[in-house]
Design a protein around this ligand. Structure first.
Ligand code: AKG
Ligand code: FE2
Length: 214
């Protein structure tokens, strides 16, 4: 028997294992071989579009290093946050790997494909403060997140800054969909438990977020 929530889910879209304030978590979505293949794909992306430390508009470099794949990439500098067609070095971003797009197709529930995959690399001590993802043109599209490597303590807040928050550990292979109620919720990464995974040769964590930016 279908429940109301399943009735709203388009046919063929995976059912999440947990729902935390609208953040739909697919625990362990990717097996270890798929994770390793994704890391190989990302090596190619990073070779073409090297990781860089974005400067916040306040003039402080972010602790997370970033790059992107897709027709647009997310950049930040003294002018602010935005999506740009070129890497800061002046080259186009490489295409989003098919294996990454396959995750979007399986969990996003929408037919349109993302035009940006932001790649975050968390080295030792890196974190991400509470923020909303709101540089996209239309918040009707979900954001799909893939975690690879070390465990991360992900904090979920509210539609306004402040208030009661809830935290969840994201582990290598977890996939999370941030849509509808969760799309504009504040969120951040308090810390990464460095060295908890052996997926990446020098430890650390990679998080991919696929977005429809335009
Ligand atoms: O690293 C994560 O799990 C979240 C990343 C994030 O929120 C972002 O890139 O906007
Ligand atoms: Fe975010």
């Amino acid at each position: 028997m279908e429940n109301a929530e399943d009735a709203e889910r388009p046919a063929g879209v995976a059912v999440p294992s947990r729902d935390i304030r609208g953040f739909a978590l697919h625990d362990g979505w990717l097996g270890s071989a798929e994770q390793a293949a994704l890391v190989e794909d990302l090596r190619g992306v990073i070779a073409a579009a090297p990781l860089f430390s974005p400067m916040t508009p306040y003039g402080k470099p972010m602790s997370v290093r970033m790059t992107s794949a897709g027709s647009l990439g997310w950049v930040s500098d003294r002018r602010g946050y935005r999506y740009a067609p070129l890497h800061p070095e002046g080259t186009p971003w490489p295409p989003i790997p098919d294996r990454v797009l396959a995750v979007w197709r399986a969990v996003s529930g929408v037919a349109r494909l993302p035009d940006c995959c932001l790649i975050n690399f968390y080295g030792e001590g890196a974190r991400m403060g509470m923020h909303q993802d709101r540089d996209e043109a239309d918040f009707g599209w979900p954001v799909v997140s893939i975690s690879l490597g070390d465990d991360a303590l992900f904090r979920i807040g509210n539609l306004e800054r402040g208030g009661r928050t809830e935290s969840v550990w994201l582990r290598s292979g977890d996939v999370m969909v941030m849509g509808s109620a969760a799309r504009l919720a504040y969120h951040g990464v308090d810390r990464v438990a460095f060295g908890t995974s052996t997926l990446l040769p020098k430890a650390g964590r990679i998080n991919l977020t696929m977005r429809v930016a335009t």
